[in-house]
Design a protein around this ligand. Structure first.
Ligand SMILES: [Zn+2]
Length: 545
C-alpha cells in the first residue's frame, strides 16, 4: 500500500494524507492551506486524487487546517462517509459554514476590484450551500470504540487532548490477509489543559505519522501564563488601555473563558465594579461555546465536577458575548479599559483585525497572543517586532505592547511529543514527521533518531511512500479484565453525575421556568430514563446468567 503526503508536509496547514491499498483509497483530513499567499494558492490547485474515487475519509479534528476543504471535496464528487468524533462533527457544523462565508465574502471583495480593472471574475472555493451539504457526510463516533469501516479496515479514535473532540487515529488495514497498523497523531495536545482530557498514549504501530508544530520548543507553564495574563490585564487597564487577545474561536477562546471564570470564582473579594469588562467578540465563538455545552460528556473530570456543582464555566458577571456587527463596532467608539477576545487567532481575518487597527497605535494598550502564529500571518509579523503594518487599507504604527503566552498552546511541546512516541512498545517501522515548519521538524527528527532510535523521515509535499506489511501489530481484542474495569468506571461516573445533580437545589433552579424550557427538559429526562431502563435490564440479565 502507499501513503501520499498532500498537505501539512514541511508546513503546518492543509493537512491531507492519501492511503491507497489494493482494495481501497481513503484520505485522512482535508484541511485548508492557510498563511501567506503561496500556501493559500495551494487551495485552488485541483486535488491530487479523483474525489469520487475516494472510498471514505477520516477527520482527526475540527480545526480548519484539517477540515476546511471538506466542502470542496464533496463539491468535486466525493459521496461517501467522513468519520469523526461527535464533538468534531458538531464543531464542523459551525466552522465549515463560517469558512464558506469567508470564501464568499473574500471572492465578492476580489470581484469588485476585478470588475473595476476589467479582469474576469472568479468563483469562491466553495459556497455556504456546499458546506451545508457536505455536513451530511460526517459520521459521529465516540472515543475508544472500534469503527469497522469494511472487512479490510478498522479505525479507532482516542483523545488527542488538543481541542474538544480531537483524535489520534489508529487504522488497521488488511491487505492480502495481513494487517498493517498506521497511527496518525493528529494534532497532539499538552497534558493538564482546561476542559479537555489528557492526550492518550498508543502502544503499537507499524507506521506513525506525528505532528511537530513545537518539535523544538519547551512550553512555558500554563498556570504561570494564566497569572501573566491576569497581570497584563490589570496593568493595561490601570493605564486605561485595551487588551486585545486574538484567539481561535473554537477551543482557545473557551479555555480562556474557563481560566478567567476560575480566576473570578476564586477571587470573590474583587468587587464587580473593579472587574474589567471582558468581551468575547466573535459570533463563531458564541456558537462554539454552545456546541461545547452540548458535548460535556467529552470534558475532563475537573470541568464536569465544576458544572455538576452548579458553576456555569463559560459565564461570569463581567463577561459579555458579542454577536452583532453593530455591537462589535460600538466597542471601538468609546475607549475604556477592557479585554477583547476576538478571532481569528493569527489575526489573518475576522473582527480582531478591526480591533487591532483601533488599538495597535495606542502605547497604553496590549496585544496578547495565546496561540501558534504561522509564517506570513499578521500575528507573526507583530511577534517579530514589526513597527508599522498595513491593516484594512491603512498604515498603522505599532505602539501597543506585544506579548506571547505560549503556555496556552494547544500543541504538544518537544518533551511531550517525545514522551508520546516513547510509549510505543516496539519501534515503529517508520515515523513520518509532519505538521511543522522547517527548523522545528529537522531538529525534532534528529532528536527522535538520537533519543529513541526510531527511523524518522520528513516528507516533502506530494511525496509518496510504499508501506509494507511488517507483521507486528494484529488487532488484539480487549482482555476480559479491561472490559470489566472499563464498564465499572463508566457506570461509576454515571452514578457520580446523578449524585452531582442530587446535591443541587432543584426548586431554586427551576424558579424561572418557561414552557419551551419545560418541554425541552422533560424530553431530555424521558430519553435518559429510557436509556437507564435499558442499562438496568442489562444488569439484571447479567445477574441471572
Ligand atoms: Zn489543530
Amino acid at each position: 500500500m502507499k501513503i501520499q503526503f498532500l498537505g501539512a508536509a514541511k508546513m503546518v496547514t492543509g493537512s491531507n494524507y492519501l492511503i491507497t491499498t489494493e482494495n481501497e483509497k481513503f484520505i485522512i483530513d482535508c484541511g485548508l492551506f492557510q498563511g501567506g499567499s503561496e500556501e493559500e494558492n495551494l487551495n485552488k490547485e485541483p486535488f491530487k486524487f479523483e474525489p469520487s474515487e475516494i472510498d471514505f475519509a477520516i477527520l482527526t479534528h475540527a480545526h480548519i487546517d484539517h477540515s476546511g476543504r471538506i466542502p470542496l471535496l464533496v463539491k468535486e464528487g466525493f459521496t461517501s462517509s467522513i468519520y469523526a468524533t461527535k464533538p468534531t462533527v458538531d464543531l464542523c457544523n459551525i466552522m465549515l459554514l463560517d469558512s464558506a462565508k469567508i470564501q464568499e465574502s473574500d471572492t465578492q471583495w476580489e470581484n469588485k476590484k476585478r470588475m473595476r480593472a476589467g479582469k474576469p471574475l472568479i468563483e469562491p472555493l466553495y459556497t455556504s450551500k456546499d458546506a451545508i451539504s457536505s455536513l451530511n457526510n460526517l459520521k459521529p463516533c465516540y472515543y475508544d470504540e472500534l469503527v469497522v469501516i469494511n472487512e479490510n479496515i478498522t479505525v479507532r479514535f482516542s483523545d488527542a487532548g488538543h481541542i474538544l473532540g480531537s483524535a489520534i487515529v489508529e487504522i488497521w488495514i488488511k491487505e492480502k490477509n495481513k494487517t498493517t497498523k498506521i497511527v496518525f497523531s493528529g494534532d497532539l495536545g499538552m497534558p493538564n489543559k482546561p476542559i479537555i482530557n489528557n492526550p492518550s498514549y498508543i502502544e503499537e504501530a507499524d507506521y506513525v505519522i506525528v505532528e511537530s508544530t513545537y518539535g523544538n520548543t519547551i512550553h512555558e507553564n500554563l498556570e504561570t501564563n494564566v497569572l501573566d495574563l491576569i497581570k497584563i490585564i490589570n496593568d493595561t487597564s490601570m493605564k486605561g488601555g485595551t487588551v486585545i487577545i486574538p484567539s481561535f474561536a473554537v477551543g482557545r477562546t473557551q479555555e480562556l473563558i474557563y481560566e478567567l471564570n476560575n480566576y473570578y470564582e476564586n477571587n470573590e473579594e474583587i468587587a464587580y465594579h473593579q472587574r474589567i469588562p471582558i468581551y468575547i467578540d466573535s459570533p463563531m465563538a458564541v456558537k462554539a461555546t454552545e456546541a461545547f455545552m452540548e458535548n460535556t460528556y467529552f470534558f475532563n473530570k475537573e470541568t464536569k465536577d465544576r458544572i455538576l456543582s452548579g458553576d456555569s464555566v463559560f459565564e461570569f458577571e463581567n463577561l459579555k458575548y458579542v454577536s452583532s456587527t453593530e455591537e462589535s463596532m460600538a466597542l471601538n467608539k468609546v475607549r475604556f479599559p477592557r479585554v477583547i477576545i476576538s478571532s481569528s487567532g493569527m489575526a489573518t481575518a475576522g473582527r480582531v483585525r478591526h480591533h487591532l487597527k483601533h488599538n495597535l497605535w495606542d502605547e497604553n494598550s496590549a496585544v496578547v497572543f495565546v496561540g501558534y502564529q504561522a509564517n506570513g500571518t499578521l500575528g507573526r509579523l507583530l511577534l517579530d517586532g514589526k513597527k508599522e503594518i498595513k491593516l484594512l487599507g491603512e498604515e498603522i504604527a505599532v505602539k501597543a505592547s506585544i506579548h506571547s503566552l505560549k503556555g496556552f498552546s494547544g500543541h504538544a511541546d518537544e518533551p511531550m511529543l517525545l514522551d508520546w512516541l516513547s510509549r510505543f512498545k516496539e519501534k515503529p517501522k517508520m515515523v513520518f514527521v509532519v505538521h511543522g515548519e522547517n527548523d522545528e521538524q529537522v531538529q525534532f527528527c534528529s532528536t527522535v533518531k538520537n533519543n529513541l532510535g526510531f527511523n524518522c523521515i520528513i516528507p516533502n509535499l506530494f511525496d509518496e511512500f510504499d508501506i509494507d506489511y511488517s507483521g507486528k501489530t494484529e488487532y488484539k481484542e480487549l482482555g476480559k479484565e479491561s472490559m470489566e474495569e472499563n464498564l465499572i468506571v463508566e457506570f461509576q461516573s454515571l452514578v457520580d453525575t446523578i449524585k452531582g445533580i442530587q446535591n443541587r437545589n432543584l426548586s431554586i433552579k427551576f424558579k424561572d421556568i418557561d414552557s419551551k424550557k419545560y418541554f425541552d427538559i422533560k424530553r431530555n429526562l424521558n430519553e435518559i430514563k429510557d436509556n437507564m431502563m435499558d442499562l438496568s435490564r442489562y444488569l439484571d440479565n447479567e445477574k441471572k446468567s
